[in-house]
Design a protein around this ligand. Structure first.
Ligand code: PHE
Length: 340
């Protein structure tokens, strides 16, 4: 009996110092399943008279230790939860990992600024196909077969005779004219063009152009000049000066090339403008009577102007990009520099 009492005391004392789940489990094995079990079975070896009292007491001890164990185990579980909540705490105020966002290609951004300016000036956007026939890309633009001016555009031909990748957006002029004739026209025709050229810092085999076309009964060179000056000032700043040089294109007469005073040195002369003070921004002219007629317009009654500019070239001037190959190289280090 006294052993039973001693066992109870020892077990309870030791339970107090069990510091974690493993210690509790060890205690359970040692006392409840070990010593106490053996003490209970002891009852069989006692004189029959002592058995009931011993048995009763043993059951009480067993019940007490079981309860004490349950309480200790529950308390330990509570402490374990508390520990994991503090040590594995999730800091919801930590800034997240930045998500990579795409952005518009620098050419698309430039195109959109060009569209916005011409929209303000009353021009609509008209699109035509990148795959053209020889006749529309050259012939109807006043360059019959074997015309030497065709050499100005080195051409990608397809395997189908007479079908090619357009070398400029000018064939779009024919499409708009034939669709809208005899209404007045004020459109821009943006899109990709292709030329069979060696790829260098200054030339690419594919690039955008934005063509402009205005046709009406009294469209003059002064309208062309006014439109281009307004465009240059909106895109590059109020102070821009525009210079017109005579030039040659088979589909315009007279033909001009338009320069703008250098955005870096304002005409002083610097590396960008190669000391000339001027940057070439586009080719233009009054629509040739033959082209007007090919589009369905009577050149005796109608006149028009046309221009063609390269958005990549404009982006190169705006952002001082010195190598045109950057545009289609898909180098993120280049592309990511252009916001929006
Ligand atoms: N199509 C010409 C080119 O590609 C540019 C141009 C367009 C010139 C319209 C005059 C008028 O070089």
């Amino acid at each position: 009996m006294s052993e039973l009492e001693a066992l109870e005391q020892r077990a309870l004392a030791e339970l107090q110092v069990c510091a974690d789940e493993a210690a509790l489990r060890a205690w359970n094995t040692h006392y409840l399943k070990g010593e106490l079990d053996r003490a209970v079975k002891m009852v069989g070896s006692l004189p029959p008279a002592e058995r009931p009292i011993y048995g009763k007491r043993a059951n009480e001890v067993k019940k007490k230790l079981n309860e004490a164990y349950e309480t200790a185990a529950a308390a330990e579980k509570e402490r374990a939860l508390e520990r994991s909540l503090t040590s594995d705490a999730l800091d919801v105020t930590l800034p997240g990992r930045p998500a990579r966002r795409g952005r518009l290609h620098v050419s698309t951004q430039t195109l959109r600024s060009i569209y916005a300016i011409f929209a303000d000036l009353g021009f609509q956007i008209y699109r035509s196909s990148e795959v053209e026939d020889d006749e529309t890309n050259f012939g109807l633009l006043n360059m019959p077969e074997h015309h030497p001016a065709r050499d100005m555009w080195d051409t990608f031909h397809t395997t189908k005779p007479g079908v090619l990748l357009r070398t400029h957006t000018s064939p779009g002029q024919i499409h708009v004219m034939r669709e809208l004739c005899p209404q007045p026209i004020r459109v821009i025709l943006p899109g990709m063009c292709y030329r069979y050229e060696a790829i260098t810092m200054r030339s690419e085999i594919m690039f955008h152009q934005v063509e402009g076309l205005a046709i009406g009964e009294r469209v003059t060179m002064a309208d062309l000049k006014g439109t281009l000056i307004a465009f240059a000032r909106r895109l590059f700043g109020d102070q821009r000066k525009v210079r017109i040089r005579s030039s040659y294109f088979p589909f315009t007469e007279p033909s001009i090339e338009v320069d703008m005073d250098c955005i870096v040195c304002s005409g002083e002369g610097c590396g960008l403008c190669k000391r000339s003070g001027w940057l070439e921004i586009l080719g233009a002219g009054m629509v040739h009577p033959v082209v007007l007629r090919n589009g369905g317009y009577d050149p005796e009654r109608f006149s028009g102007f046309a221009f063609g500019m390269g958005p990549e070239r404009i982006a190169m001037l705006t952002y001082a990009i010195d190598d045109i190959r950057q545009f289609w190289s898909n180098d993120l280090r280049f592309l990511q520099q252009f916001g929006a």
